[in-house]
Design a protein around this ligand. Structure first.
Ligand code: C2E
Ligand code: MG
Ligand code: MG
Ligand code: MG
Length: 299
């Protein structure tokens, strides 16, 4: 909170106050600049969507991809979503941007399906402001109708904080999305303020274990215990478990042993363009989406 920071900075004395004010000004100016550049980004064609593979551990197959937004601006260069998504949320620009991502991902998923014959589901991240402040069900229905994507091939990723506020309304919206036929995953699971009680009320298809629990899983028994518990919880409630941020074979082997259903991470594939993804699918066996170049990590 900027006011509190300023207050503390003044408290800390004149020199510190000048330092904090300078740093704060710089951060504020950067956000203002990002907000102003974001305003024209769709129109100027500065966004693209990349796709990161998600692998099923029982079938050893690519079953889906996560759509991740990329922004290349003439003034600012490449800006990370970690930096611009929060600005887009604050300014409300996430609404048109989020709709653009959804449509683009659906459109490319249809192309992918037509060119490869593979049923690859695409997961799209939905922010709090989109979920609560707009008619997300209508937006999803429109995107499916306009692109012709089968609803079973679309999944939405929501975070705990999105669902925790106004849980009754959130549950109702989720139920309507289930009726449309799209999947819903709870993203970054374990990092939000979740009450376990709400999990049984929400019709969720999967939990995505945050990568902070995966990073040290082979060295830290506490992380292993947390993932073991999430798997038991999810399976007990009829949900699948996806582990995020898998970077090593050792992590993969352990997650397999802990009965995770799916994995995603640099080991299996970095986020890639739709063209690269298509090439990868076409290199697979006919009629299958097994990716031969990945299978070595999965034996
Ligand atoms: P997320 O939804 O949890 O996405 C996973 C992030 O982890 C991605 O970062 C991905 O590139 C990164 N990642 C994947 N595998 C690995 C790995 O093995 N190691 C490490 N260190 N990182 C890995 P990215 O693309 O920078 O996106 C960051 C966040 O920005 C996303 O986190 C999501 O919350 C948000 N975001 C991205 N695209 C969109 C979008 O279209 N809409 C909304 N609302 N948010 C988005
Ligand atoms: Mg996500
Ligand atoms: Mg995630
Ligand atoms: Mg995450």
């Amino acid at each position: 909170n900027a006011d509190t920071a300023l207050f503390r900075a003044k408290d800390a004395g004149k020199n510190n106050s000048q330092f904090f004010t300078y740093e704060m000004n710089r951060a504020v100016r950067r956000r203002v600049e990002i907000a102003s550049q974001l305003r024209n980004a769709i129109r100027q064609g500065e966004f693209s969507v990349v796709y990161q593979p998600r692998m099923d551990l029982i079938r050893d197959q690519l079953v889906g991809v996560e759509a991740l937004l990329r922004w290349n601006n003439a003034e600012l260069g490449i800006v990370s979503p970690q930096e611009f998504i929060p600005v887009a949320e604050e300014t409300g620009l996430i609404v048109p941007i989020g709709e653009w991502v959804l449509r683009e991902a659906c459109r490319q998923a249809v192309r992918l399906h037509q060119s490869s014959g593979c049923d690859v589901a695409v997961a799209v991240n939905i922010s709090a402001r989109q979920f609560r402040g707009t008619d997300i069900v209508k937006t999803v229905e429109d995107a499916l109708a306009e692109t012709g994507l089968a609803s079973r091939l679309l999944e939405l990723e929501l975070t705990e904080s999105v669902l925790m506020r106004d849980t009754a309304r959130a549950a109702e919206t989720l139920q309507r999305l289930v009726e449309v036929g799209v999947g819903v995953a709870l993203d970054d699971f374990g990092t939000g303020y979740s009450s376990l009680g709400y999990l049984k009320r929400f019709p969720l298809d999967s939990l995505k274990v945050d990568r902070s629990f995966v990073a040290d899983i082979t060295r830290d028994p506490h992380d292993e215990a947390i993932v073991t518990t999430i798997v038991a919880l999810a399976h007990g409630l009829g949900m699948r478990v996806v582990a995020e941020g898998v970077e090593t074979r050792e992590q993969l082997a352990l997650l397999r042993r802990l009965q995770c259903d799916e994995v995603q991470g640099y080991l299996l594939g970095r986020p890639m363009s739709a063209e690269q993804l298509l090439a990868l699918l076409l290199a697979a066996e006919p009629g299958e989406f097994r990716n031969s170049s990945y299978s070595w990590t999965l034996q």
